[in-house]
Design a protein around this ligand. Structure first.
Ligand SMILES: Nc1ncnc2c1ncn2[C@@H]1O[C@H](COP(=O)(O)OP(=O)(O)O)[C@@H](O)[C@H]1O
Ligand SMILES: [Mg+2]
Length: 252
């Protein structure tokens, strides 16, 4: 259990696809909240075919005394049990560094087993770096994406206990280097290698059907496998809300 931040060094690498599918996969095992930090540019609702009526900043004023009821009221529940805290249509650009956002993420992590943060691309969020258990840096293996990833890793903040792991997305056999060589060259442990999956991804992007629920989807299978490893890895946040726990895993 814990707080996982998904981000990328440049847009378009697949961070939102990884975040939504990892969250759906984790929600099958334990109560999970996915929070989409992309003000004005959030797409996680579309990727999950949800129509949220609220957005996560509505929780900021109640963050210090957050309850399950608050999460249910502002969140949008997916059929698989996952709760999405959707992106707002507008917000100040520095919201991710806002102390209240940190309070909210911390409060969420105390109430549910897994908090998956779909974070902004292109920079480190000091808040996420400080309070995440793991930050998953999603990159593709093309030179522009790898260069951006390397530059970002070179300015990695020294904050907190958070560990950083690499998710190599859209990886195919034709790449000039192996996945583990690429991870070694970036100096970042390899958490997952995700193949190109035009059919499964196309179905999710166009119809909001998560790859993780599609047995034929290579991306979905790889996220289910990563979720199993994370679940098996245990927790440093033991207390989980009984009310939200009762709704987890209902579609298994
Ligand atoms: N494994 C994959 N297989 C096929 N297409 C992919 C894959 N991962 C990402 N894509 C493509 O990349 C696009 C951007 O993905 P997205 O998750 O929105 O990226 P980000 O959140 O990093 O900007 C998707 O709409 C899809 O077309
Ligand atoms: Mg995105």
């Amino acid at each position: 259990m814990g707080l996982l931040t998904i981000f990328s060094a440049k847009g378009g690498c697949g961070a939102s696809l990884i975040a939504t599918n990892l969250a759906v996969s984790l929600a099958r095992a334990a109560p999970t909240v996915l929070i989409d930090l992309h003000a004005q540019q959030g797409t996680d609702d579309l990727l999950l075919d949800l129509r949220p009526g609220h957005a996560w900043p509505e929780l900021l004023p109640v963050a210090p005394e957050l309850t399950d009821r608050h999460i249910e009221l502002v969140g949008c529940r997916h059929a698989e049990g996952l709760v999405l805290l959707a992106a707002p249509t507008s917000l100040p650009a520095d919201h991710a560094q806002d102390m209240r956002t940190r309070l909210l993420l911390d409060a969420l992590a105390r109430r549910v087993a897994w908090v998956v943060v779909d974070a902004l691309s292109g920079s480190w969020s000091p808040t996420c770096a400080e309070i995440s258990d793991t930050q998953l840096l999603v990159t593709t293996a093309d030179p522009p994406a790898l260069r951006c990833a390397r530059r970002l890793l070179n300015v990695r903040p020294p904050a907190g206990d958070s560990r950083v792991g690499l998710v190599l997305n859209q990886f195919s056999r034709g790449q000039p280097a192996s996945a583990s060589d690429l991870a070694d060259s970036l100096g970042c442990p390899l958490l997952a290698v995700v193949p190109v999956d035009p059919r499964g991804v196309g179905y999710q992007v166009n119809f909001g059907h998560p790859c993780a629920l599609d047995r034929q989807s290579a991306l979905g299978r790889s996220m289910m496998a990563l979720a199993r490893r994370l679940v098996a890895g245990g927790s440093r946040r033991p207390e989980t809300s009984p009310a939200l726990a009762s709704t987890a895993g209902r579609s298994r």
